[in-house]
Design a protein around this ligand. Structure first.
Ligand SMILES: [Zn+2]
Length: 189
């Protein structure tokens, strides 16, 4: 008797819920994370630093994974002179050039994570704030912070999730990012 009433009540409740159009929220469908294969065959002495930068980005973001030795979405080059820069061909694809001379003035790891940040869709933000990765050389040579801020990291995660249409439009296209690291006057003597 009691259990039958229980069932009736439960059934009525279910009907009421259905009538009101209340739906149980489904978890967001799992989207496959994009694997960005980075190639350090031409990174010279910066190959290890590229691996550290990849770990930093992987730890800070979702929806993407930087992985070594699986392809060449991202090629990393060691150069001498001319300045470090990045060429993004599309979101998650491109080339990063690390200038050996610049890496003697600025933190090589900060340069590397910054330039990879461009490949991941971030623009420069030269406001001198060392807590931001994309402030680049504007934060001075004493700034060695290699970590993206939460805002920067979340923006990348959103870009790769495709959930922020406006940012995606801005961050996905091809672009060249130069002059992030102003030359520092050589020490005399
Ligand atoms: Zn830059």
């Amino acid at each position: 008797m009691t259990s039958r009433i229980g069932r009736v009540v439960a059934a009525s409740a279910a009907t009421a819920v259905a009538t009101l159009g209340v739906t149980v929220a489904n978890p967001a469908p799992a989207s496959a994370a994009m694997t960005i294969c980075y190639n350090t065959s031409q990174a010279g002495s910066f190959a290890g630093i590229a691996g550290q930068a990849a770990s930093i980005w992987n730890n800070a973001t979702t929806n993407l994974t930087l992985s070594a030795n699986c392809g060449s979405n991202l090629r990393i080059y060691q150069i001498t002179g001319g300045g470090s820069y990045a060429i993004r061909t599309s979101l998650g694809n491109g080339r990063v050039y690390i200038d050996t001379q610049q890496a003697q003035q600025y933190s090589p790891l900060r340069i590397m994570t910054h330039e990879i940040g461009h490949i991941l869709g971030l623009p420069d933000n030269y406001n001198g704030n060392c807590s931001l990765l994309m402030s680049g050389g504007s934060a001075g040579t004493s700034c060695t912070n290699p970590y993206p801020s939460t805002t920067e990291a979340n923006r990348v995660s959103n870009l790769f999730a495709g959930t922020r249409a406006a940012e995606r439009a801005e961050g996905s296209g091809s672009a060249v990012f130069r002059d992030s690291w102003p030359a520092v006057a050589a020490t005399v003597g």
